[in-house]
Design a binder for this molecule. Structure first.
Ligand code: GLU
Ligand code: ZN
Length: 288
């Protein structure tokens, strides 16, 4: 039986349909997984209802399918996994790593992104507020990004971080680490806008005694004005009817230029070509 030691994933939040930037990320993680005979999973990160758009998860799944990005196994939905996040929180709490933070927004704003640990000293049993994890022990996180090379971070530059928000919702950092572990993910390839989060996730893997995946971050794709393509910037959704042209643009951004004669080919043929030519960085995501 064939064995694989590579499990990759694409993990969109259903906050809107895919645009060319998110499509390119999906293509890169798909090609990297398939080029190594790996599995490629899709996970819908629907744990933040206030930011979600009804129907977006179905739209994204349809967009992936129309672009020939066929995944392995069932799609995991984070909204179905709250029990597992609570279990991880209980484990961190049992290790004495969690505490309540009741600092208000204004105070946090004044701290400018580096939490000073003030609520570590709390002695009351307040039930309100966010749950933070204590950066205890060695705060230095080093890893080798498989696209960008060695990375080093001192977690004290951002401080103890939130694992359950003040509104009761599970924080992205915790959910993503728990699920990457549960799904046996070995390689996370995602946009560089998430690179800041990676050291915190590695810290959680360590504290929870879980195997840490390898990470690779691709440059974020920008529009002609140099702004990140995003839903906030109203980047247009990718249309299934233009799948072939969308894939060609995504491949070019990933440093691969399909030959003229492949223009207009079906998605599967374009991805097959992409697979033959995929190479890991340095990626030069270019402005369209
Ligand atoms: N759900 C996250 C997002 O759409 C991505 C998570 C990840 O790839 O780690 O921004
Ligand atoms: Zn606090």
């Amino acid at each position: 039986m064939a064995t694989t030691t590579y499990v990759g994933r694409f993990a969109p939040s259903p906050t809107g349909p895919l645009h060319l930037g998110s499509l390119a990320t999906a293509v890169a993680s798909f090609l990297d997984a398939r080029a190594r005979q790996g599995h490629w999973l899709v996970r819908i990160e629907d744990i933040d209802p206030p930011r979600e758009v009804p129907g977006a998860a179905d739209t994204i799944v349809g967009q992936l399918d129309a672009h020939g990005l066929h995944w392995d196994g069932p799609i995991l939905h984070q909204s179905q996994r709250l029990f597992h996040y609570e279990t991880a929180l209980a484990k961190l709490a049992a290790a004495g790593l969690l505490y309540r933070c009741t600092c208000n927004r204004q105070r946090l704003r004044e701290l400018g992104g580096c939490y000073d640990g003030r609520c570590r000293q709390r002695t009351d049993t307040a039930q309100a507020g966010a749950l933070r994890v204590r950066i205890d022990g060695d705060p230095h996180i080093s890893y080798r990004d498989f696209l960008r090379g060695p990375e080093h971070t001192d977690l004290r530059t951002s401080g103890d971080f939130v694992v359950r928000r003040r509104d009761g919702l599970i924080a992205y950092q915790l959910a993503v680490a728990v699920d990457d572990a549960a799904q046996g993910i070995t390689h996370v390839l995602r946009g560089a806008d998430l690179a800041d989060s990676t050291p915190r996730q590695i810290f959680l893997f360590r504290q929870l005694g879980l195997a840490t995946p390898e990470y690779g971050h691709i440059p974020v794709i920008c529009d002609a004005q140099g702004r990140k393509l995003s839903k906030q910037n109203h980047a247009p959704r990718v249309q299934p009817a233009a799948a072939s042209a969308n894939l060609c643009r995504a491949l070019v951004w990933l440093g691969l230029t399909p030959p003229r004669e492949l223009e207009g080919s079906d998605p599967e043929s374009l991805l097959r070509w992409g697979l033959e030519h995929w190479h890991r960085g340095p990626l030069k995501a270019e402005t369209p």
